[in-house]
Design a protein around this ligand. Structure first.
Ligand SMILES: C[S@@+](CC[C@H](N)C(=O)[O-])C[C@H]1O[C@@H](n2cnc3c(N)ncnc32)[C@H](O)[C@@H]1O
Length: 296
């Protein structure tokens, strides 16, 4: 049973998250008549089943724990995975900056561990469609397991296809195409063919060399607006008495995001391309070059 997007009393089969006074967390799946063991004694599941979230219960040794259903951003960072996930801070950016709306026709590759898939399914709602592509069968199994945990057994509008997105894609009219794979520039012809005018191409790339190659390939392809790239850093704040200051640790670099919009057929963007002028990387130039850029 999914524990997400629910309210009301806690039921057997649901996951809950127990937090102790020091902030230590335990994820527990509720089962009537059983108990969860901690260093501070046993916690009876029956003390939680039938009660609302937000209660404080005590272990057999009197240690207090507060009880909530996990939130999606808490779950995705701890779910089983075979490959790096898109972190909540970046998933939130994708949903807003790639403008994922209820009813949108979205395609993503690769699906990896299903983290972004979970956010996309929420954002498109029951009227939207999401075609997820994953080249590795073993990773696709993780996606299914994780997505079912979050969105239930048959999320409406969702298909997961195992295979190389460049060869097996079936969608032809795509509103939003999200790429999280090692060589997203190889999908740009596909994006040009299948994104509707005004559609958004969005890539999540971990390194500057991937970013540079992606951007140059979009420009070379033509028919897209000038790409925009950015990154998001997330830093919590320490809030204790007068010691109100940024935390020492933060979620720094995960990846860059880059978006571009599809122009109507035959149209060229009015935005000035920041593509280097011909000859800019000529034989006398010895500085850095965008990845994949061939000297003229
Ligand atoms: C970093 S992971 C994606 C993580 C995922 N977005 C998430 O949030 O859990 C990249 C995935 O792309 C898959 N992949 C790479 N090339 C692909 C292709 N041509 N078609 C489909 N999937 C591909 C890889 O197998 C890998 O699982």
């Amino acid at each position: 049973m999914t524990s997400f997007m629910r309210s009301g009393p806690l039921e057997p089969g649901e996951w809950v998250r127990l937090t102790d006074p020091k902030g230590r967390k335990h994820n527990v799946q509720l089962e009537a008549g059983t108990a969860f063991s901690t260093k501070k004694g046993q916690i009876s599941h029956d003390d939680m089943i039938g009660h609302p979230e937000g209660i404080v219960i005590e272990s057999s040794m009197g240690a207090p724990y507060q009880v909530f259903r996990p939130l999606l951003f808490e779950y995705v960072v701890s779910m089983p995975r075979g490959v790096a996930i898109i972190y909540p801070k970046d998933a939130a950016q994708i949903v807003t900056q790639a403008d994922i709306y209820p009813g949108a026709r979205v395609v993503e590759a690769g699906a990896g561990s299903g983290s972004l898939t979970s956010y996309l399914l929420r954002a498109i709602g029951p009227q939207g469609t999401l075609g997820s592509y994953e080249i590795r069968e073993d990773f696709a199994e993780n996606v299914v397991r994780n997505v079912h945990q979050v969105a239930g057994p048959n999320p409406p509008g969702w298909t997961l296809t195992v295979g190389d997105v460049r060869e097996v894609i079936t969608e032809t009219e795509i509103d939003r195409l999200i790429l999280d794979m090692v060589d997203p520039w190889t999908c740009i012809p596909l994006a040009a063919d299948r994104l509707v005018p005004g559609g958004i191409l969005c890539a999540y790339v971990a390194t500057t060399t991937q970013l540079s190659r992606f951007v140059e390939t979009v420009r070379e392809q033509g028919g897209f607006t000038e790409p925009r790239a950015w990154e998001t850093l997330e830093r919590d704040w320490h809030l204790e008495g007068l010691a109100v200051r940024p935390d020492h640790k933060m979620n720094g670099h995960t990846a860059f995001l880059v978006t571009a919009r599809r122009m109507a057929p035959g149209q060229t963007s009015l935005e000035k391309s920041r593509r280097p002028a011909p000859g800019a990387y000529g034989p006398d130039y010895h500085g850095p070059r965008p990845a994949g850029f061939v000297a003229e």
